[in-house]
Design a protein around this ligand. Sequence first.
Ligand SMILES: NC(=O)c1ccc[n+]([C@@H]2O[C@H](COP(=O)([O-])OP(=O)(O)OC[C@H]3O[C@@H](n4cnc5c(N)ncnc54)[C@H](OP(=O)(O)O)[C@@H]3O)[C@@H](O)[C@H]2O)c1
Length: 184
Amino acid sequence: MGRIVYYTATTLDGFLADPADSLDWLLRQPLDDGGAGDYTRFIADVGAIVMGSTTYEWVLAHDPGSWAYDVPSWVMTSRTLPLPAAAGADVRFASGPVGALAPGLRAAAGEKDVWIVGGGDLAGQFADAGLLDEIVTSIAPVTLGAGRPLFPRRADLELLTVERNAGFIVARHRYTGPLQEDRV
Ligand SMILES: NC(=O)c1ccc[n+]([C@@H]2O[C@H](COP(=O)([O-])OP(=O)(O)OC[C@H]3O[C@@H](n4cnc5c(N)ncnc54)[C@H](OP(=O)(O)O)[C@@H]3O)[C@@H](O)[C@H]2O)c1
């Protein structure tokens, strides 16, 4: 069975996007393709993905007419949203507790990993359900002061690896559970 991994870029002060959902601060960063945290290597081990509706709407708006993922993809939403225009996109909508979704995600992924694309609260929902294995962050040399949070939870993590890619710190953490001080 694969892992459930939250893999994302973030600012140094813990934001996935600015308050207007802009990623301009990220998309302008130089990156060493094939270096630490490389997306192509990461996605080769991914068998299914899950994302929240804000992320999905960002992807649709910024890449209209195409769908970048060739694995089964779940979008969490309480609304009725359009499917991608791209032929062959395997997108499924779901809502409610992520624990109910996990068996389907794992079955689709097989031996491969499940990728939580974001946002941060969705990753937190998996953590709350005891389903989150790892958080892999590419930390950009940027602060925003406000925006969409990386992981709005109190948690303990174990640092597994840390590498550098151009201006990014690439860190892999194991999620070990709620913050020790909060455990009863
Ligand atoms: N830096 C990066 O690499 C990176 C990575 C990922 C995302 N992002 C960006 O970060 C931002 C994330 O946005 P966000 O914080 O709003 O998070 P999000 O997870 O993309 O979207 C949150 C929305 O998803 C729906 N949702 C979440 N869990 C649900 C559940 N269990 N059942 C039903 N619906 C559920 C809800 O909306 P509705 O029910 O109203 O649909 C919720 O408001 C976006 O701008 C995205 O583009 C950046």
